[in-house]
Design a protein around this ligand. Structure first.
Ligand code: NAD
Length: 393
């Protein structure tokens, strides 16, 4: 029987595995952790909403043993010429592979950035950020240095903006619990470009900025971070800002294993795929999500969760077709829009052509969580317990 592996249990990998299971196809899912992390909501975990572990789902809860083989191992090499991937604990040969290993932070070779900033990329980094902020705020009690109470977020894309929205809600609570005057806490979001949230129409960007400024976030646009040291950074203008916490949300690039493996990659390290999501280098390998460079309307699709899930599903369907020697189907992305949360109870965005803001946008965003959980695991995924911990609906 053909051996199929899915490398990575992110959005694309989990949806692909679900499709395989639905079609009674034997498949092996390999992931570094025994859980699926809800990456698009990490800003909530890092920003003090709920418990960090609420944002993970045990892969065995999603796929019971009888449904699917699960290997918990960190993949360290993809040898597509010999059809095998290697992990820290073993070598896994395959006939067909789906590579969906996600992305890593993009540091743009900025001096000191990777060493002295905290990325928001995984459940563990979310935990580190949260603890770091708590520790810095506690240290304020020791020396009364207000630098401990300053949090800088570098990059005002979706991740950075959603994160400062959470901080604006959480930091006053943290101050109260530590008996610190909450006006002393500072949240600064630094953006190189003239605007925040470039994917949204102008008036929604302005609205998001105004709403966040009203709850204490300070935006510094047209300000490029060029150097980062321990608890300080420097802007292109020469200005220096000290801060107890520096979080980096300035962009992502594909998992480095793709370029290491010799796949043809774009400038963000994503492997080029054809219309059927097969690697342009090997038709037995499909690539999905943040790892895939799929040209659409003249440029590669952006690395979003909504596209990763669609690619995961289409890749699985195409692998099933390949096994049966049936024709490959072209992938047609459906881009529904973007919703950005601005804290737990507000948001802005444009979905299916409808522009929305405030409480309604927030509700809309929460509903996307429900939809996703149901897609990967059915109604049981939105159990009373999970709703209580994770969902604001
Ligand atoms: P991004 O690339 O969207 O935004 C990063 C921002 O950082 C940009 O505005 C950029 O100008 C700024 N920046 C870069 N270098 C800088 C510097 N030196 N100084 C100051 N600012 C700098 O990154 P992101 O928000 O991490 O998102 C990455 C991708 O993931 C995007 O495509 C985004 O749409 C997607 N995303 C998707 C979801 C989701 O699917 N729900 C959630 C978050 C992010």
């Amino acid at each position: 029987m053909d051996k199929i592996i899915i490398a990575g249990a992110g959005y694309a990998g989990v949806v692909a595995a679900r499709e395989m299971v639905k079609n009674h196809q034997k498949v092996t899912l390999i992931n570094a952790e025994p859980y699926h992390q809800l990456t698009t909501w990490l800003h909530e975990a890092a920003g003090g909403r709920n418990q960090v572990d609420d944002y993970k789902i045990d892969l065995r809860e999603l796929f019971p043993q009888h449904e699917m083989e699960l290997i918990v191992d960190e993949i360290v090499n993809i040898d597509w010429k010999n059809r095998r991937v290697s992990g820290s604990h073993g070598v896994y040969p395959y006939d067909y592979a789906l590579i969906a290993l996600g992305s890593t932070p993009e540091y743009f070779n900025i001096e000191g950035l990777s060493a002295h900033s905290l990325p928001l990329k995984s459940l563990e980094t979310a935990r580190v950020i949260r603890r770091h902020i708590e520790r810095e705020f506690m240290r304020y009690d020791e020396d009364r240095d207000v630098t401990h109470l300053r949090v800088i977020v570098g990059g005002a894309g979706l991740t950075g903006v959603e994160f400062v929205g959470e901080l604006a809600e959480w930091l006053p609570d943290l101050c109260h619990s530590l008996k610190i005057e909450d006006s002393k806490a500072e949240i600064i979001c630094i953006e190189a470009m003239p605007d925040i949230l470039p994917m949204l129409p102008n008036h929604l960007r302005d609205l998001a900025q105004r709403e966040l400024e009203a709850v204490g976030v300070r935006f510094m646009t047209n300000s490029r971070i060029v150097r980062v040291g321990e608890k300080a950074l420097e802007l292109e203008s020469g200005a220096r800002i000290d801060a107890g916490t520096i979080v980096w949300t300035g962009g992502v690039r594909a998992h480095p294993l793709l370029s290491d493996a010799g796949f043809t990659c774009d400038r963000k390290g994503r492997a080029k795929v054809n219309q059927a999501l097969q690697s342009v280098d090997d038709a037995k390998v499909w690539i999905a999500g943040d790892c895939a460079s799929y040209d659409w309307a003249g440029k590669p699709l952006p690395p979003t969760a909504q596209l990763a899930t669609q690619m995961g599903k289409q890749s699985a369907i195409n692998i099933l077709h390949a096994i049966k020697n049936e024709e490959q189907h072209s992938f047609t992305p459906k881009i529904y829009g973007t919703l950005a949360s601005l804290g737990p109870s507000r948001g802005v965005g444009a979905m299916v052509g409808i522009r929305t803001s405030g409480r309604f946008a927030s509700l809309f965003k929460e509903l996307t969580k429900v939809k996703y959980l149901m897609q990967i695991g059915g109604v049981r995924m939105v159990s009373r317990k999970r709703r209580a911990h994770l969902l604001q609906v």
